[in-house]
Ligand binder design. Sequence first.
Ligand code: DOR
Ligand code: ZN
Ligand code: ZN
Length: 450
Amino acid sequence: MTATSQAAANQDFVGARVVDPTLRLDAVRTVVVRRGVVAALLDGPPSAADPQAERVDCAGMVLCPGFIDPHVHLRDPGDPHKETLASGLAAAAAGGFTAVAAMPNTRPALDSSESVERLRHDAAALGGVRCYPIGAITLDREGTRIAPLRSMAAAGAVAFSDDGATTKSLKALYNAARYASDLPQRFFSHCEDDSFQDGLMHEGEISDRLGVPGSPSIAEAAIAARDLLVAQVSGKAWHLCHVSAAQTLDVLRAARSWGVDATAEVTAHHLQCTDEMLAGFNARYRVNPPLRSSSDTAAMRRAVADGTITVFASDHAPHAESEKEPPFSQACVGFSGLEVAIGATFNALGDVPLAVMVANFSSNVAALLGVSGGTLAPGSPADITGLRLNRAWSVNPAVFASKGKVTPFEGMTFAVKPALTVVGGRVLMHDQDGDARTERFATSSARGAS
Ligand code: DOR
Ligand code: ZN
Ligand code: ZN
């Protein structure tokens, strides 16, 4: 891997298969970039292009509109031992993402126009992956007093959420949704009823066997129903974060039948990891919402295949290694996700057409957030994600750029590997498929594949 940070230049990305669902394109093209913008997609070599332009060899790659992760926790400000803006955005670039949307459960929370503005400014100053702030719905995310949604929107918040927790008060959520109903920013729900906060894992056979208090599927589905009812009465466009329970999909489909404008995302872990992983009291695999049953993961995969779920998210939630250790009840919840999300998501969904996978990572996310990108149409910012579809690699968290090294995918081997990250014409990551590859991803894990 060569990490480069060239200034926006004139480049010809040659030799790749270009897949862009917004253009209904799946063909070999030269992506011609001029001053950070896609200038043309040429059928054939760049004969008409500037001979001075840098030639970036992309043979064997699939080039796509830049992948955007709509749900990450960057811990900035507040917890630099878990992650910083710099380490989190470096992880995004390493993982193949050109932009991320950052959740507001920082310390202090992103609940003012000043904090939204500061995050945007600090991220822009780093000059790499784009970072879009998500503002809190309630002050300090404590669930009762409405945050200044309109001034946060004006400062650049792309959505509103109390993620990390459910907005506690129905009254606050209802009033907030009505107050902001004319704003284009969606409300993003983290669905888990407060009364199940003592649940340490999915409630099912395994929690029963372990004697651990659980959080059942209805803890998620009931809040999804509550929130989508608020969407219905307020007319607010809504988004369900990290859907994990099959029952929540029933609620989502019902709400759509009432005419609610609701979207939903799924994480790589909820597509394939189950509560079996916690059967040995393994505190590292605690996450909210929890890993559920194999029938839930199968329902998530079917929901992607049938178009019920149209967005992929990592829910990148880095914690220090020591914070993920027992005692079981005290371990921090969440996983590092940015550097495994692409490989792991493709791993779960081998039967889903490539164009759908790309849309769920790019154009659908750009539409969800109302941001530019998500397309390689000439005139668009040159935000490009390159993939190798058949380049087996094994997950080795020791080489993550993220400070969070805990992932349920450690040691697993995936076929699809991010190989190029370009933002506004700047090449932030280029894995040239040579020896240097092993710098970032060991080809086999010392701990063995699982
Ligand atoms: O597992 C999780 N971790 N779920 C959340 O909702 C919050 C996140 C975090 O911030 O650590
Ligand atoms: Zn959440
Ligand atoms: Zn989250």
